[in-house]
Design a protein around this ligand. Structure first.
Ligand code: NAP
Length: 490
């Protein structure tokens, strides 16, 4: 695979000792270094309050890189990569130490690309940006990356966006939704707009409905205190699921250009039919897992995991959404996400309309509608389910069969992690795969009324057994419409 090196850069990771930095960001950079995309005169600087030396920090980072290298070709490049990694002790919430920090950064080369990755709790986003600005670290080559959650509702999202916008112009603010860096998600754009086949059938005249599922097997793990103030709607739907919905539903952009794509996504978000207290009971289901078993292992319920028997936070959401525009009117978009579900799977399923008339008679079996399944994980790929004749002389019998494309099989290369792609895009200054301010706010505008409908409701989230596909109400949500959730194998 051809790799175009990016220009040398400094990456400053605020929260450099945290879970995201160690588990995702540093291994992603290491992979780009191994691929020779990250130039060897770049620097990576972890920032946190812990009093650790550069050496200690590298020792903390090393096992995560070893895991990422997995004994492969990168293993021999570990030491040279670690030589580019340093640490700076700094309390982002205080003014002390920023002068020296700024001087030490600028020392290298005042003009170089410098990325500030805010891998900290969101309440530090505004203070960090203000201090970066005060210390002259928001110049032309400097850019900022922020992680979700961007707010917990429209008002708080606007406040964060205002604070960041006060330090950096919009084109140098990179709001990460790592789903957008996944190969399959980008392939969705390729599939739709590089194949003439799909566009004529990509509309309510031919599509019966769309399903988007993001299922996790894990519980809240050590994110409990944060998760309990968030819940699945804020944590997953407001960003990942709505971004996927946008890519499925958007009109063809005029070019593969950051603003052209984001303009089209924004139109989809603005076309979402509102869900308010009036229709929330019919269009939404929220659930919370109780004790059960996942992958053969007994797991506690959410309330026990959290140690709070009174919590009403949802760990599962199913929503029937509608994009009220010319192309999609009347086509339901069923969204579903949850924790402690039986499998870790993320997929988009487009189900087409049934044939208008079957010529095959009862003996052939039912003529099932075609489905296009785009798998984001595991085993990224695309499957088109088609009807075919079962071989043999015993009359004409039909069966739905997969036309299957696993990216690993077709391209035979390691699928890069989403963060690898996204970090290099930030260095290149390409915001196409990042969320623009108006997108984030439009998403909250749709989510807020659902949150307030739930808040005002006397109903608690429906309980579901860990290891099941959510509460029975989620099955009823789709079956009321004469449809079923997609199951692997059909
Ligand atoms: P984390 O493990 O709690 O790490 C937080 C980091 O921030 C630590 O390095 C901490 O180190 C540092 N920190 C805290 N207060 C600080 C201060 N005043 N000044 C400087 N550094 C400070 O959190 P995380 O899981 O990595 O998550 C980071 C961000 O990414 C959060 O916004 C989270 O919502 C988001 N996110 C995380 C994931 C994930 O998979 N982990 C996924 C999506 C989004 P010290 O306490 O030593 O200073």
């Amino acid at each position: 695979m051809t790799v175009l090196p990016v220009q040398p850069f400094d990456l400053v990771i605020f929260g450099g000792t945290g879970d995201l930095a160690l588990r995702k960001l540093l291994p992603a950079l290491f992979q780009r270094y191994v691929a020779t995309q990250m130039p060897p005169d770049s620097r990576v600087i972890g920032v946190a309050r812990d009093a650790v030396s550069d050496e200690d920090y590298r020792a903390r980072v090393r096992p995560w890189l070893e895991k990422s290298a997995d004994g492969g070709e990168g293993a021999g490049m570990l030491d040279s990569f670690l030589a580019l990694v340093g640490y700076r002790r700094l309390d982002a919430a205080k003014d002390e130490g920023w002068d020296e920090f700024a001087v030490s950064l600028k020392g290298a080369d005042a003009e170089r690309v410098r990325v500030f990755y805010l891998s900290t709790a969101p309440d530090l986003f505004a203070p960090i940006c203000a201090r970066l600005k005060r210390n002259g670290l928001t110049q032309a080559g400097e850019r900022v990356v922020i992680e979700k959650p961007i707010g917990k509702d429209l008002a708080t999202a606007r406040a964060i966006n205002d604070a960041i916008g006060d330090a950096f112009p919009e084109r140098r603010i990179f709001r990460i939704d790592h789903y957008l860096g996944k190969e399959t998600v980008q392939n969705l754009v390729a599939l739709r707009f590089a194949n003439a086949l799909f566009e004529p059938v990509w509309a309510s005249s031919q599509v019966d409905h769309v399903q988007i599922t993001v299922a996790e097997t894990i519980g809240v793990e050590r994110r409990g205190p944060y998760y309990d103030t968030s819940g699945a709607l804020r944590d997953m739907v407001q960003n990942h699921l709505l971004q996927l919905l946008c890519l499925v539903a958007m009109e063809p952009p005029a070019a593969l250009d950051a603003d052209a794509i984001r303009d089209e996504k924004l139109k989809v978000l603005r076309a979402l039919k509102p869900i308010t207290a009036m229709n929330a009971p019919q269009c939404t289901v929220r659930g919370q897992y109780r004790a059960g078993a996942v992958g053969g292992q007994a797991v506690p319920g959410y309330q026990d995991e959290l140690g709070n028997p009174a919590t009403r936070t949802e760990t599962f959401v199913a929503i029937k959404a509608e994009v009220a525009n010319w192309r999609w009117a009347g086509v339901p978009f069923y969204l579903r996400t949850g924790k402690r579900l039986p499998e870790r799977v993320s997929e988009i399923v487009v189900t087409f309309r049934a044939v208008p008339h079957s010529i095959f008679g009862d003996k052939a079996g039912p003529v099932a509608p075609n489905k296009l399944v785009m798998r984001l994980q595991p085993d990224e790929g695309v499957t088109l389910w088609l009807m075919a004749k079962v071989p043999g002389p015993g009359g004409l019998r039909l069966q739905r069969v997969p036309l299957d494309m696993s990216f690993a099989n077709v391209f035979g290369t390691r699928q890069p992690e989403a963060y690898e792609r996204l970090l290099m895009d930030v260095v290149r200054g390409d915001p196409t795969l990042f969320m623009r301010r108006d997108e984030v706010e439009a998403a909250w505008q749709w989510i807020d009324p659902i949150l307030s409908a739930w808040k005002d409701s006397v109903d608690a989230p429906k309980s579901y057994t860990a290891g099941s596909w959510g509460p029975s109400a989620a099955v009823a949500l789709i079956e009321r419409d004469g449809r079923t959730w997609h199951e692997d194998g059909a």
